[in-house]
Design a protein around this ligand. Structure first.
Ligand SMILES: CC(C)(COP(=O)(O)OP(=O)(O)OC[C@H]1O[C@@H](n2cnc3c(N)ncnc32)[C@H](O)[C@@H]1OP(=O)(O)O)[C@@H](O)C(=O)NCCC(=O)NCCS
Length: 95
């Protein structure tokens, strides 16, 4: 996720996230998970999730960045299990 540095701070990042969340909600996705700065993601409804509740593919350098948002009726407490990662990001150094 990135916005051109000359255009940051204008709400574009939040608009992109909200657009994606709306799309996923219409496709009946229950939860969306991210690993990023809570100062940004909390603005679009993401909340911290423990890495013991939702197990990441690798040990997290910044556990407070492990976050999720519920899009449907299920509470975040139902979000459990182990997360798998797409191949290009499936390296411990990125986590
Ligand atoms: C993070 C990023 C995508 C946000 O996009 P944006 O269009 O600038 O964000 P918005 O204008 O919608 O939201 C701005 C708010 O998010 C917060 N924010 C923006 N960039 C942030 C960052 N890098 N870290 C933490 N918080 C950030 C600011 O506190 C700001 O809040 P405020 O208006 O209350 O001051 C953009 O700054 C970026 O591309 N950064 C470099 C790439 C990056 O770090 N990506 C990983 C994101 S986890």
């Amino acid at each position: 996720m990135a916005v051109a540095s000359s255009q940051q701070g204008k709400g574009i990042g939040q608009a992109l996230i909200n657009h994606a969340l709306t799309y996923l909600k219409t496709h009946n996705v229950d939860f969306v998970v991210t690993y990023g700065d809570p100062n940004f993601y909390s603005k679009t409804g993401f909340q911290a999730v423990a890495d013991t509740q939702l197990i990441p593919p690798f040990s997290l350098s910044y556990p407070h960045g492990w976050q999720a948002v519920a899009l449907g009726d299920k509470p975040l407490s139902e979000l459990t299990g182990e997360v798998r990662c797409v191949l290009p990001l499936n390296q411990a150094c990125y986590w």
